[in-house]
Design a protein around this ligand. Structure first.
Ligand code: C5P
Length: 211
């Protein structure tokens, strides 16, 4: 499941995994956890060489239960802190560093293993799991995305969220290594007019058609 921020990827992925009894992996949380760890150490995330030198240092443990997503870095539970504005502002710079992507690609493929999992991110259908049984690319109108994200956050406005989403879209789509992109064989769903349940229903149907 790929798509830009605020397209409904997380809620849809968790809903589909729960409905079908599958595992769930949030790859964005992995990039966020490393970003949190780098910021804790005072690393300048715009310094790609400094980020690359530490790419393999922190130990990540990603949970795969859709009912209780969890992530630890060097044993610290960071499920909450990785959603901070500071991490959100820094994560696109970190995720553009090839050494970071190479490290996480290995771990993502290890976790995926033989399958039976819903994986969400930006490059899952194109790079991480090109042989996935079902690929879905979610989008939504910029206004709908900003409104949804703002409702999940505190202390921000729709306008500020809108600007942050546009900035991350630009960085995530424009980077050289594994940019945000729709796979040729992905199903595109524009979630704007639908409720979460309706989108989950559509994706579950796609999976069942493949079974
Ligand atoms: O999905 P989420 O907004 O939590 O992802 C945070 C950031 O992690 C994205 O803006 C993007 O820079 C990066 N990311 C990525 N590749 C993925 C998942 C996330 O580059 N597969």
């Amino acid at each position: 499941m790929d798509g830009p921020s605020g397209s409904g990827k997380s809620s849809t992925s968790r809903g589909v995994a729960a409905r079908l009894g599958l595992r769930y992996l949030d790859t964005g949380a992995m990039f966020r956890a490393i970003t949190w760890w780098l910021l804790q150490r005072g690393v300048d995330v715009e310094d790609a060489a400094a980020v690359a030198a530490l790419a393999d240092a922190p130990v990540l443990v990603s949970g795969t239960d859709p009912a209780a997503p969890s992530i630890t870095v060097d044993g610290v539970d960071v499920a909450g802190p990785i959603r901070s504005a500071q991490v959100t502002g820094a994560v696109s710079a970190v995720s553009a560093v090839p050494e970071i992507r190479a490290r996480l690609l290995r771990e993502q493929r290890d976790i995926i293993g033989a399958g039976g999992i819903v994986v969400e991110g930006r490059d899952i259908g194109t790079v991480v799991a090109p042989d996935a049984a079902v690929k879905v690319y979610l989008t939504a109108d910029p206004g709908a995305r900003a409104a949804r994200r703002t409702a999940e956050l505190t202390g921000t406005t729709v306008e500020a969220t809108h600007a942050d989403l546009a900035r991350r879209d630009r960085l995530d789509s424009g980077r050289v290594t594994a940019p945000l992109a729709m796979a040729d064989d992905a199903h595109h769903i524009d979630t704007t007019p639908f409720t979460l349940e309706e989108v989950v229903d559509q994706v579950v149907r796609l999976v069942e058609e493949r079974a």
